[in-house]
Design a protein around this ligand. Structure first.
Ligand SMILES: NC(=O)c1ccc[n+]([C@@H]2O[C@H](COP(=O)([O-])OP(=O)(O)OC[C@H]3O[C@@H](n4cnc5c(N)ncnc54)[C@H](O)[C@@H]3O)[C@@H](O)[C@H]2O)c1
Length: 242
C-alpha cells in the first residue's frame, strides 16, 4: 500500500516508519526533520493546503501526530493541533478517496474515571470521560474519526495505548526516565506494530483497539480483543497489576 505516515519523527512514528517501510511504500510527514529519512516531507498539519497536497496518491494514512505536552490548556496550541490536525487529515483523506485510516488515540479517553480503573470494563468502556485538555482532544479526535466513517465510509482503526515507554532506554516520550511501570505500560515498538496490524487488518468499519502490556492493562480494558481482531501481541510485557 502507499501509506502516508504523519508524525514520522516522533517516539512512536519513527519506529512505525521502519516497520511500515518493510512492507509498504511510505511517505513520512512531520513538522520536524525525520532522522534517517531524506525524502520525508516537512510541514504543519494545521496547514490544510499542504495536507491536501501530500495526501494525493496514497491508499492509506497512519496518524501519530501529537502536540508537545507543555502546549495543552490556556493559550497553547496543543488542543488545536490535535483536533484541527486530525480534521485536516480526515478531510483530505475524504477528498482523495482514501479508504483506510489508522489513528493513534489514547487510553486517556477514560482518564475522567476514578483510579484504579477496574471500572473501565464494568462500564463496558463507555461513555468516554476526559479530565483535561489533552484527553479531551483525544476524545474529539475519535469523534471526528467516527463521524468520517459514518458519513463517508472511510475504514478507520483507532489504537488506544496508555503509558508508552522505550523499555530499552527506560524513557518516556518526553525523554523522562521511567522509574516504575504504570499498569497501562507498553513499549513504543509494540504500539508501532499495532498500527501496522491495524493498517493491514480486514473488515474494519470504525473500531477502537486497546494496546497495553501488563496484567493490569488486560484487566482494565479489552486488550485480548485487540489480539484476536488484529493478530497482534505485545512482544515486551511488564508485570504491573492494577
Ligand atoms: N507517549 C505516550 O505516552 C502516549 C500515550 C498514549 C497515546 N499516545 C498517542 O500516541 C501518538 C504518538 O505519540 P508520541 O509519543 O510518538 O508523540 P511524539 O511527540 O513523540 O510524536 C508526535 C510527532 O508529531 C509531530 N507534530 C507535532 N505537531 C505537528 C504539526 N503541527 N504538524 C506536523 N507534525 C507535528 C511532532 O513533531 C512529533 O514528531 C499520539 O497520538 C499520542 O497522543 C501517546
Amino acid at each position: 500500500m502507499r501509506v502516508l505516515l504523519t508524525g514520522a519523527a516522533g517516539f512512536v512514528g519513527r519506529i512505525a516508519l521502519d516497520l511500515l517501510n518493510e512492507r509498504h511504500d511510505v511517505t513520512a510527514f512531520d513538522i520536524q526533520t525525520v532522522e534517517g529519512c531524506l525524502d520525508a516531507i516537512e510541514g504543519d498539519v494545521l496547514d490544510y493546503a499542504t495536507v491536501e497536497a501530500i495526501m494525493e496518491g496514497h491508499d492509506a494514512v497512519v496518524n501519530t501526530i501529537m502536540a508537545p505536552n507543555p502546549t495543552y490548556g490556556g493559550s497553547g496550541l496543543g488542543f488545536t493541533t490535535n483536533v484541527t490536525g486530525a480534521y485536516n487529515l480526515l478531510e483530505a483523506a475524504r477528498v482523495h478517496d482514501i479508504q483506510r485510516f489508522v489513528h493513534t488515540s489514547s487510553g486517556a479517553v477514560h482518564e475522567g474515571y476514578p483510579r484504579p480503573p477496574e471500572t473501565f470494563l464494568t462500564h463496558d468502556l463507555y461513555p468516554l470521560k476526559a479530565s483535561g485538555p489533552y484527553a479531551l482532544s483525544k476524545i474529539v479526535q475519535e469523534e471526528l474519526a467516527r463521524n468520517f466513517h459514518q458519513q463517508h465510509g472511510i475504514s478507520i482503526a483507532v489504537i488506544r495505548p496508555w503509558g508508552i515507554i522505550d523499555s530499552e532506554r527506560m524513557v518516556t516520550t518526553d525523554g523522562q526516565p521511567v522509574t516504575g511501570f504504570h499498569w497501562g505500560a507498553i513499549d513504543r515498538r509494540d504500539v508501532a506494530s499495532a498500527l501496522v496490524c491495524a493498517l493491514e487488518a480486514d473488515s474494519i468499519g470504525y473500531e477502537c483497539f486497546y494496546v497495553m502490556a501488563t496484567p493490569g492493562g488486560y484487566k482494565a480494558t479489552d486488550v485480548a480483543r485487540t489480539e484476536e481482531r488484529l493478530g497482534w501481541k505485545p512482544t515486551i510485557t511488564f508485570d504491573e497489576d492494577l
